[in-house]
Design a protein around this ligand. Structure first.
Ligand SMILES: CC(C)(COP(=O)(O)OP(=O)(O)OC[C@H]1O[C@@H](n2cnc3c(N)ncnc32)[C@H](O)[C@@H]1OP(=O)(O)O)[C@@H](O)C(=O)NCCC(=O)NCCS
Length: 191
């Protein structure tokens, strides 16, 4: 199973607004962005992405749930993150943050922290309490972005403690398994 993270109850009242690098603008995405967003997600490594998938995911996104960063000089859409209504057994009424991607030539500027923060904010405006994401162990830039914003690991399978320890070691990030477990329980109690 992919690594799981949730937006903790301790941050429900906090608005996180990372600074956007100069020369870029943040905006919501729309159906006309289909080709641009598909191109960027393919460039970010999601080779399976295509226009049909864009339509399918846009239908699952909440209104104003697709956030993109545009490069002002070129007009290119260079980064995106999606807010998708996607409840699961372990995530009642869950909103999933997904499809985070940045064109490789525009990484290293923290652009995805801006789109991810916008997605969390949008979910909160929409009344979502259960906000989650799934990711893969090698996706270190993404995981560091999530940890820095305040997301916490949700250890839903026994092997995940060891996997998080390995990830944190690679990132030089404190691995507070007990603190996280307490925060997860407090958050779930409010779902
Ligand atoms: C995830 C992604 C959008 C992040 O791009 P970005 O917003 O430009 O992020 P950055 O490159 O600024 O990296 C974020 C942080 O990770 C760090 N980082 C980057 N590569 C790293 C690595 N290999 N090991 C450890 N840390 C790394 C950066 O130094 C940065 O830390 P800082 O904020 O303390 O400086 C981009 O890497 C991407 O498109 N990846 C492929 C798709 C993907 O993995 N999506 C996530 C799916 S869950």
């Amino acid at each position: 199973m992919q690594l799981q993270m949730i937006w903790p109850v301790t941050k429900w009242e906090t608005t996180v607004r990372p600074a956007l690098a100069k020369g870029y603008v943040l905006r919501t995405g729309r159906r006309e962005d289909a080709a641009a967003v598909t191109e960027l997600l393919v460039a970010a490594g999601f080779a399976e992405w295509n226009l049909e998938m864009f339509g399918q995911w846009l239908d699952r996104a909440i209104p104003d749930g697709l956030w993109v960063v545009e490069h002002e000089a070129s007009g290119l859409v260079v980064c995106c993150t999606w807010a998708v209504h996607r409840p699961q057994a372990i995530y009642p009424f869950g909103g999933e943050l997904g499809w985070v991607g940045c064109r490789p030539e525009h990484t290293g500027k923290g652009l995805s922290s801006v789109t991810c923060a916008a997605v969390v904010q949008r979910f909160r405006q929409g009344g979502y309490r259960c906000i989650y994401l799934s990711t893969d162990d090698p996706r270190l830039p993404a995981i560091k972005t999530y940890l820095k914003l305040g997301w916490i690991p949700n250890l839903v399978e026994p092997d995940m403690a060891g996997r998080w320890q390995a990830v944190c070691e690679k990132l030089g990030w404190p691995c507070d398994l007990e603190i996280w477990a307490r925060e997860v329980e407090a958050t779930k109690a409010r779902w």
